[in-house]
Design a protein around this ligand. Structure first.
Ligand SMILES: [Zn+2]
Length: 371
C-alpha cells in the first residue's frame, strides 16, 4: 500500500508539500528521516523519537543483514516488532555500505561480492537478494540496489556505474513484482556522478522502468555544495511531479532548505545523530560545540525557545559537564536536541509551504544564520 499526493505548491519556488500513505501510517512531506542504522537511532528510544516528531525512520540493510541477520528478524515478522516501532520504515538497499564499508567489493553482472567488515565472511548481494532482504525486514519503502562510486570519478566510470544501476533497477523491479506481498513500495535511485547529462539519462531510464518514487543517490560524497545543487537542479525537474523525490544522505540545514526549494520531498542524514555524539549542536543561528569553555557556567538552554526535552530541562553548563566527563547521558541529551531540531526545522518548512510563505522562511533562515 502506497500513495502520494502533493497538497501544496510554493508559488515562487519549486518547494512543495504532500502526504505519503503507507501500511504503517502517513508521512507528511517534506520529511526528515532519522537514521537507525542497526535498528536503533543511536541512543534514542522509540518513544523519544515519537516525542521528537519522527514520522519515519531509516534502517540499513547491509548492517541488519550481517547482524543480527534476517532469520532473527523474520521470527518477529520484520523490523517493526523487533525494534518496537510502529510507524513507517524505509530501508536502503545495502549498496552504499557495501561500497564504503565492506572489504573487497567486486562488481560483476550478477551483483556485488564482498567481505563482511565484522567477521570477513563472504557474501554476494544481487538485486534479487536486496529485494528479498528488505521484504524480510518488512520495510514500508524499499530501495533498488545501485552502484555507488567515489568522488571524484571519471565520466567513463560514472557511465558504467549508471548502466549497472539501470540493469539492477530492472531486475529489482521484476523481483519485487514476482515476490512482493504488496506491503511495501520500491523506489529507483538516480546515479550519474557529477555529470548533468548522465544524471538525466539515469532518471529517464528509471522512469521507463516506472517506480512509485525516485531517489537521488551519490550526492554529498565530498563534492562542493554548489556542485551538489547543480546536480539537484538538473535531476529534480525531470522526475515526475506526482511521485516523491528523495535525496539520499543529505545534509546540513542549508542543504535541506535549498533542496526543498528545488522540489525535494524526503531526506535522511546521520548529521544530527553523529554530530551530537561529537558535541556539535544545531541551532537556528548555526552550530555550537558544547565542549567550548564559554559554556562552563552558561545557565541557558542550547537554544532559547526550543521545545525539545533537553532544552526544556537542562543548561548548556550541565550538558558541557556531561560531555566533558564522557557521561552516557550526554550522548542521549545531545541527540534528543539535534534530532528534534532537524525534524522541527523541516516541519516549519512544511508549514511555510502550506501557507505559501516558503520564500520568506528561506530569507529568514539565512538572516538568522548571519547573526
Ligand atoms: Zn532543544
Amino acid at each position: 500500500m502506497f500513495e502520494f499526493n502533493v497538497i501544496a505548491q510554493s508559488s515562487d519556488s519549486g518547494a512543495r508539500s504532500g502526504v505519503i500513505q503507507t501500511r504503517h501510517g502517513t508521512i507528511e512531506t517534506p520529511v526528515f528521516m532519522p537514521v537507525g542504522t542497526l535498528g536503533t537511532v543511536k541512543s534514542l528510544s522509540p518513544e523519544e523519537l515519537v516525542e521528537a516528531g519522527a514520522q519515519i525512520i531509516l534502517g540499513n540493510t547491509y548492517h541488519l543483514y550481517l547482524r543480527p541477520g534476517c532469520d532473527v528478524i523474520d521470527r518477529f515478522d520484520g523490523l517493526h516488532r523487533f525494534i518496537h516501532w510502529d510507524r513507517p520504515i524505509l530501508t536502503d538497499s545495502g549498496g552504499f555500505q557495501v561500497f564504503s564499508l565492506a572489504k573487497l567489493a567486486k562488481i560483476s553482472r550478477e551483483g556485488v561480492s564482498f567481505q563482511s567488515h565484522i567477521d570477513g565472511s563472504r557474501h554476494l548481494l544481487t538485486p534479487e537478494k536486496a529485494i528479498e532482504i528488505q521484504t524480510c525486514l518488512g520495510s514500508d519503502i524499499i530501495m533498488c540496489l545501485d552502484q555507488c562510486i567515489q568522488y571524484p570519478a571519471t565520466k567513463a566510470q560514472c557511465r558504467e556505474a549508471l548502466e549497472t544501476t539501470t540493469q539492477w533497477a530492472q531486475r529489482c523491479k521484476q523481483a519485487w513484482q514476482e515476490t512482493g506481498n504488496g506491503s511495501n513500495t520500491l523506489f529507483g535511485i538516480v546515479q550519474g556522478g557529477m555529470f548533468g547529462d548522465l544524471r538525466r539519462r539515469s532518471a529517464d531510464s528509471l522512469m521507463d522502468i516506472d517506480f512509485k518514487g525516485y531517489a537521488v543517490g551519490g550526492l554529498s560524497v565530498g563534492e562542493p555544495a554548489q556542485m551538489m545543487l547543480e546536480m539537484a537542479d538538473v535531476t529534480l525537474p525531470v522526475l515526475p511531479e506526482d511521485k516523491p523525490r528523495y535525496i539520499m544522505g543529505v545534509g546540513t540545514p542549508e542543504n535541506l532548505v535549498e533542496l526543498v526549494a528545488r522540489g525535494a520531498d524526503m531526506f535522511d542524514c546521520v548529521l544530527p545523530t553523529r554530530n551530537a555524539r561529537n558535541g556539535q549542536m544545531f541551532t537556528q543561528s548555526g552550530t555550537i560545540n558544547i565542549s567550548n569553555a564559554q559554556y562552563r557556567d552558561d545557565d541557558g538552554p542550547i537554544e532559547t525557545g526550543c521545545r525539545c526535552y533537553t532544552c526544556r530541562n537542562f543548561s548548556r553548563a550541565y550538558l558541557r559537564h556531561l560531555y566533558m566527563a564522557r557521561e552516557l547521558l550526554a550522548y542521549r541529551l545531545n541527540t534528543i536536541h539535534n534530532v528534534y531540531f532537524f525534524i522541527d526545522f523541516v516541519k516549519r518548512m512544511r508549514r511555510a509551504i502550506r501557507s505559501d510563505g516558503f520564500e520568506s522562511f528561506r530569507r529568514d533562515f539565512y538572516r538568522r544564520l548571519d547573526n
